[in-house]
Design a protein around this ligand. Structure first.
Ligand SMILES: C[S@@+](CC[C@H](N)C(=O)[O-])C[C@H]1O[C@@H](n2cnc3c(N)ncnc32)[C@H](O)[C@@H]1O
Length: 244
């Protein structure tokens, strides 16, 4: 697989060779993306329902929502289906994944703008809520901090930010046990065992995994208030926090 370096600037990425990043830039792989997450993340589709509940606690019926890491369009599709008046900005540096989102959204595209690039160059909003699902784990701690701060800066006061990604204890013994469980969950959920092994190894070797405490510290340092973990399953955590 080849990185499309001309159209995608992955300078914020910890590793240019990260195999997941190659997948997001590959149209064939992006077309298959939707089959993957539910096999690797317990309750993946319930996460969209939870995000919807958390956003609706604060957002108006005509809310404008920022979806960070919007490639594939799965959470855009879920949120748009339940909220016919919401409008969305989806941000993602991978063209193939944005194309896939556009294809999936069909008629809902009329309420969705897609920004091909990173958050730093995205429209300023302000937004009534933001999500970043299965995305922030690809960023090293410094880039993660900058990215979360840029998202929070674009929110109206009190607006919720919902993030969920790979985050689990990184001390040696615990780390291996959770990675093994990540692999076993995927196989038990129908993933091909070789593919599950590859995913486990790619997560272990190429993703800048952080402890949940460090993720929470990043959210707080970005100014988010009342940061609360609302989701925890094997190697995954989800939080909600509110813009100052
Ligand atoms: C695992 S997919 C998750 C897609 C979607 N949020 C979901 O839950 O199905 C990760 C997405 O994040 C995007 N991504 C990677 N780094 C990013 C960054 N710095 N800013 C925004 N999106 C990024 C990838 O291109 C990819 O589309």
């Amino acid at each position: 697989m080849k990185l499309h370096r001309k159209t995608v600037n992955y300078s914020l990425m910890p590793e240019e060779t990260n195999p997941f990043i190659e997948i997001f830039n590959d149209p064939e792989q992006a077309a298959k993306y939707a089959d993957g997450p539910a096999k690797f993340m317990p309750g993946f589709f319930d996460l969209h329902i939870m995000a919807n509940v958390l956003i609706r606690e604060r957002a108006p019926s005509n809310a404008h929502i920022l979806v960070h890491g919007a490639g594939g369009g799965l959470e855009l599709e879920a949120l748009a289906a339940k909220n016919p008046q919401w409008t969305f900005l989806g941000v993602d540096p991978a063209k193939a994944m944005l194309d896939e989102a556009q294809r999936r959204l069909g008629v809902q595209n009329s309420r969705v703008n897609l920004h091909h690039g990173f958050i730093e160059t995205a429209p300023e909003g302000p937004f009534d809520a933001a999500t970043s699902l299965l995305t922030l784990h690809f960023l090293a701690a410094d880039a993660r901090q900058t990215t979360v701060s840029e998202i929070v800066r674009r929110l109206k006061p009190g607006a919720p930010f919902i993030a969920a990604h790979s985050s689990f204890p990184q001390d040696e013994n615990e780390r291996d046990a959770w990675l093994r469980r990540y692999r076993e969950f995927a196989v038990a959920s129908g993933a091909d065992p070789d593919m599950a092994d590859n995913a486990r190894n790619a997560v272990a070797e190429t993703i800048p995994l952080l402890d949940p405490d460090i993720d929470e510290a990043i959210f707080r340092a970005a100014g988010l208030q009342n940061v609360t973990m609302f989701y925890a399953a094997f190697t995954w955590r989800g939080w909600v926090g509110y813009a100052p």
